[in-house]
Design a protein around this ligand. Structure first.
Ligand code: TXA
Ligand code: MG
Length: 315
């Protein structure tokens, strides 16, 4: 069934088949995942991968995450190690991305991984995408379905906002559960978190040893480019606005219900706050506010990912 937007579809068998055919033809589709919505294409197809970079206006040196149904499928393209196997057992399918060495027989289009000899792989946990991956016979290169450097999408309509009808199919899977991107961890050396995300480092540390070095190692996660996740209006951190015409993002019950206050979580729950972050920033932008001020948010657990995104949005 079609939604009010003619290219947003509710999920059913017919839409599943149409989506798989589109992907096989090298076209791109907008898909829900448990983290955020993604812009998916065949990772083995040079043509599809080229379209992803072009449509997102993404710098070619920023590699894509390759998505698989399970580790058997991923073993066709990357080399596993013990740390990977431990984390896979615990968290997958789920919101974590592993950077591993690419193997020699991999069919991943080199452009998808920015010609690196490593690949970031993820096993998404969302019914829609799992059904699609079962039928494609190839993995999906899938960045967030937003224009490069803009806010990530958590609703099908957010995907439409950035790409309109430039993609033929956007599948509506409801609001993304986590509402923030996966955690990216480099496992090619001493494990190191490259992008904090939906799984916090304490959960990971209980299983494997993490490098605490702050030293930058070459390119690593280019999503760590400074300016990113921008709502398109200035974001000022750690300060209260002086005018009603400026929005204030807050956290916790001590804040009033003023019209220009947007509470990420009244009950001070960081998971809830993370899942509301992009949603709230889009809402503020749509309401026409000219600036966003943000109260201090605890920098523990999921707060680390929230503060990472806010810092970049403020650049
Ligand atoms: O939750 C997610 O991860 C979402 C959903 C759609 O799966 N995807 C996502 O993709 O956030 P994207 O393209 O917006 O972010 C991918 C991140 C970037 O920071 C990129 O630099 C990093 O992963 N990355 C990809 N391949 C890499 C590699 N070989 N080495 C290091 N970092 C890599
Ligand atoms: Mg992104």
């Amino acid at each position: 069934m079609k939604n009010i937007y003619s290219n947003i579809y509710s999920f059913n068998k017919k839409v599943l088949n149409k989506t798989v055919i589109s992907l096989k033809l090298g076209d791109l589709v907008g898909l829900p995942t448990e983290t955020i919505y993604g812009l998916a294409g065949n990772a083995y197809s040079k043509k599809a991968v080229k379209k992803i970079f072009k449509l997102k206006k993404r710098p070619k040196k920023n590699p894509l995450i390759i998505h698989y149904l399970n580790k058997k499928d991923a073993s066709k393209d990357v080399l596993f190690n013990d740390n990977f196997l431990k984390l896979y057992e615990k968290f997958c399918p789920g919101p974590i991305t592993f950077v591993l060495k690419k193997n020699k027989i991999s069919k991943i289009s080199p452009g998808a991984v920015a010609n690196l000899n490593t690949v970031a792989i993820r096993f998404p946990n969302h019914g829609v995408i799992k059904k699609i991956l079962k039928l494609t016979g190839f993995p999906l290169a899938m960045p967030s379905a937003n224009l490069s450097s803009k806010l990530s999408p958590v609703y099908a309509s957010d995907v439409f906002e950035d790409f309109k009808k430039k993609i033929k199919i956007i599948i509506d899977g409801g609001k993304s559960k986590f509402g923030i991107e996966s955690t990216v961890i480099d496992l090619t050396n001493t494990p190191k978190i490259l992008r904090p995300g939906a799984i916090n480092s304490n959960e990971i540390k209980s299983l494997i040893k993490l490098s605490l070095s702050k030293k930058k190692i070459g390119l690593k996660s280019p999503g760590m480019l400074k300016k990113h996740y921008s709502p398109g209006i200035p974001v000022i951190l750690g300060k209260k606005p002086k005018k009603q015409s400026h929005a204030f993002i807050v956290f916790g019950k001590k804040y009033k219900n003023n019209d220009n206050y947007f509470n990420l979580s009244k009950k001070s729950d960081l998971k809830e706050a993370a899942s509301n972050l992009y949603k709230v920033m889009r809402k503020i932008k749509k309401k026409g506010y000219k600036k966003i001020f943000v109260a201090k948010i605890p920098n523990t657990g999921l707060g680390v990912a929230i503060n990472d995104r806010l810092n970049r949005a403020s650049k």
